[in-house]
Design a protein around this ligand. Structure first.
Ligand code: ZN
Length: 211
């Protein structure tokens, strides 16, 4: 199971996304994209993750994942940074069991989400922040990085402290070898696998938005 699949199961359950089939990911919304998906302009740096704002149900209908949507965390960890971004705030969560840092961007952080806070699987990290008038549609930015970080490291988007960004859609949790507590990790994976409410694979349409 990829990180994105684990995350999607959590998001779909928390936001009652019944009949989820796939995320709508236009050109520019995926990992390492050079252009923005909302205005086609070049990004200041290649896209650090994935932007989630729209999904398709099994009947092909498009559904918004917009402002106010709940961002829940699939892997337990410790909040190591909360910093402003151009649409709200980004929350960095270190999950040493997996050797990963999860980053959720463009949020209004939930109460208690501050550096040093311990969070469990499924914890509400925040809600998708509303539009600010700069042209970008509200969305959840998701990044994943390998490495470790601590609450006093001063980590933010301009200072990733040597972390390596990876594709959330391609990072296989079952294949990870960095776990220092493999048993706990395996329990998590078993529980996720046992949940058959959502498909095991999540396809990405890669389609362009109308207009
Ligand atoms: Zn993004």
């Amino acid at each position: 199971m990829t990180y994105l699949e684990a995350l999607t199961r959590m998001l779909a359950a928390a936001n009652h996304m019944h009949g989820f089939s796939s995320w709508v990911l236009p050109e520019g919304a995926g990992f390492n994209a050079v252009l923005n998906w909302w205005n086609g302009r070049e990004r200041p740096r290649p896209h650090e993750g994935m932007d989630l704002f729209c999904w398709r149900d099994v009947d092909g209908g498009r559904k918004d994942f917009g402002a106010g949507s709940l961002a829940v965390c699939p892997l337990a960890g410790t909040v190591v940074s909360v910093c402003p971004d151009f649409l709200g705030a980004s929350v960095f969560i270190a999950s040493p069991d997996f050797g990963l840092i999860q980053i959720f961007g463009h949020l209004r952080p939930a109460e208690g989400i501050r550096p040093g806070a311990k969070i469990g699987e499924g914890t509400l990290v925040g809600t998708v922040a509303p539009a600010t008038g700069n042209g970008a549609r509200p969305h959840l930015h998701v990044s994943l990085a390998t490495g470790t970080a601590h609450a006093d490291d001063g980590i933010d988007w301009d200072n990733l402290q040597g972390l390596t960004l990876v594709n959330p859609g391609g990072w296989d949790l079952a294949g990870m070898r960095r776990s220092v507590e493999k048993r706990r990790a395996q329990c998590f994976l078993n529980r996720m696998t046992a949940d058959s409410a959502f498909p095991d694979t999540i396809s990405h349409t890669g389609e362009k938005l109308p207009g």
